[in-house]
Design a protein around this ligand. Structure first.
Ligand SMILES: Cc1ncc(COP(=O)(O)O)c(C=O)c1O
Length: 391
């Protein structure tokens, strides 16, 4: 654990209760849109049925509650990755899935290929297994199998990456499969935001493209992590990994050793809710976040000074901004909090520590619109733009 750094974001959350602060950094799902009534009804149904209640309070199987695994296999199949319950393990959120995959695949000093910048939670999970990081070049024309040989896996978030909000094109997803073919590495596909598209056409997941290419999930190099945290509620801590059975069987051993099982109660409640309400919950989430994304981007257009550039996401929860050279994102984040009561996350947090081929961009920061209504976005971005302009 000597090499594992505290997460800038978890540290910032300690400041959440100062009322005057506008939190443009966070990225939590908005609790106003959690499905309270469906969860309460599912709960009442469960307690009224003694046999189900007994199952809910008992240890669950380590691989997860079978009807939920079957439901997820059906969902993955509808998304283009034909699979069965044996291809799915339930984890405590997809964060635990990332930890387990690193535990399975990495020994100290092994190479891990990651997108640059990358989700901070994944980097912190991988850090504990002491990999040597390699950055996946931004342009797939530079994905040279010789340079990237020896990596145990490549970690990607093709849909609306955290932190940049950008998407991987279909062409690059296919090129990633070519790279996996050439190097023998696994692909960890983080599907956290795949349901949160607000504009544009859906692109098949890397897992789906692999299933099509290889004819079966059993021959696929892709391990896909999914979650209900952004469409239902994060506190239930229910996520999953889908992949070839052999890999899932090994992950079940890791799960047994780690925490035995995910809460049966949470899995049963969640299944009851997703069966009837996932579509509605997802529709509500898309509609609320789409509006917030637009209002934050409008405010950026209005208040960001010349020389600042930013991404225009078609989904997810994040916008990534680049400052003119020489302005440090971490220094800006500290001043924004102190002088303007605006919180942002410095971009440097999203770069792995010991990567050989990565030059971090210190002049970057991440914003999130998930909890920010239009008026607050305008106010927060105006304050931030003013601070950048003052220099
Ligand atoms: C890209 C990404 N992956 C995984 C997670 C973990 O989510 P959970 O453990 O709640 O499924 C998050 C959380 O914000 C995330 O942004």
């Amino acid at each position: 654990m000597k090499g594992v750094m505290p997460s800038d974001i978890r540290e910032k959350m300690k400041l959440l209760d100062r009322a005057e602060i506008i939190h443009l950094g966070g990225g939590l799902p908005d609790p106003a849109i959690f499905p309270y009534e469906p969860l309460s009804d599912a709960s009442a149904r469960l307690w009224a049925d003694r046999a189900r209640a007994q199952t809910a309070l008992q240890y669950a199987p380590s691989e997860g509650y079978l009807p939920l695994r079957e439901w997820i296999a059906g969902y993955m199949t509808r998304q283009g990755t034909a699979c069965e319950a044996d291809n799915v393990i339930i984890t405590n959120g997809s964060q635990q899935g990332l930890d387990f995959l690193a535990k399975l695949l990495l020994s100290p000093g092994d190479k891990a290929l990651v997108e640059i910048p990358s989700f901070i939670g994944a980097l912190r999970a991988f850090d504990a297994y002491e990999p040597q990081y390699l950055g996946l070049p931004e342009d797939s024309a530079d994905w040279n199998p010789t340079d990237l040989a020896g990596a145990k896996f490549c970690y990607v978030g093709p849909d609306f990456r955290n932190p940049t909000g950008t998407c991987m094109s279909r062409k690059d997803r296919l090129a990633l499969l070519d790279l996996a073919d050439d190097t023998g590495m696994a692909i960890i596909e983080d599907g956290c935001y795949e349901q949160l598209r607000y504009e544009g056409e859906d692109i098949a997941s890397v897992a789906a493209l692999a299933a099509e290419r290889y004819g079966s999930i059993e021959r696929s190099p892709v391990l896909h992590t999914g979650t209900f945290s952004k469409t239902i509620a994060p506190s239930l801590r229910v996520g999953w990994i889908a992949g070839p059975r052999d890999v899932i069987r090994r992950l079940v051993l890791i799960k047994q050793a780690s925490d035995l099982a995910t809460s049966a109660l949470n899995q049963m409640l969640l299944l009851d809710v997703v069966r009837d309400h996932l579509d509605t919950s997802t529709r509500i989430a898309r509609s609320v976040y789409r509006d917030r994304c637009r209002s934050m981007l409008d405010a950026m257009e209005e208040f960001m000074p010349h020389g600042v550039s930013w991404t225009r996401p078609q989904g997810g929860l994040y916008v990534w901004a680049e400052l003119p050279d020489g302005i440090d994102g971490a220094a800006l984040a500290a001043r924004a909090l102190l002088e303007r009561s605006v919180s942002i996350i410095s971009g440097s947090a999203f770069y792995p520590a010991n990567a050989t081929n990565i030059v971090p961009k210190p002049n970057t920061f991440r914003l999130s619109f998930s909890m920010i209504p239009a008026a607050a976005a305008r106010e927060g971005i105006e304050r931030l733009g003013g601070l950048i302009r003052e220099g």
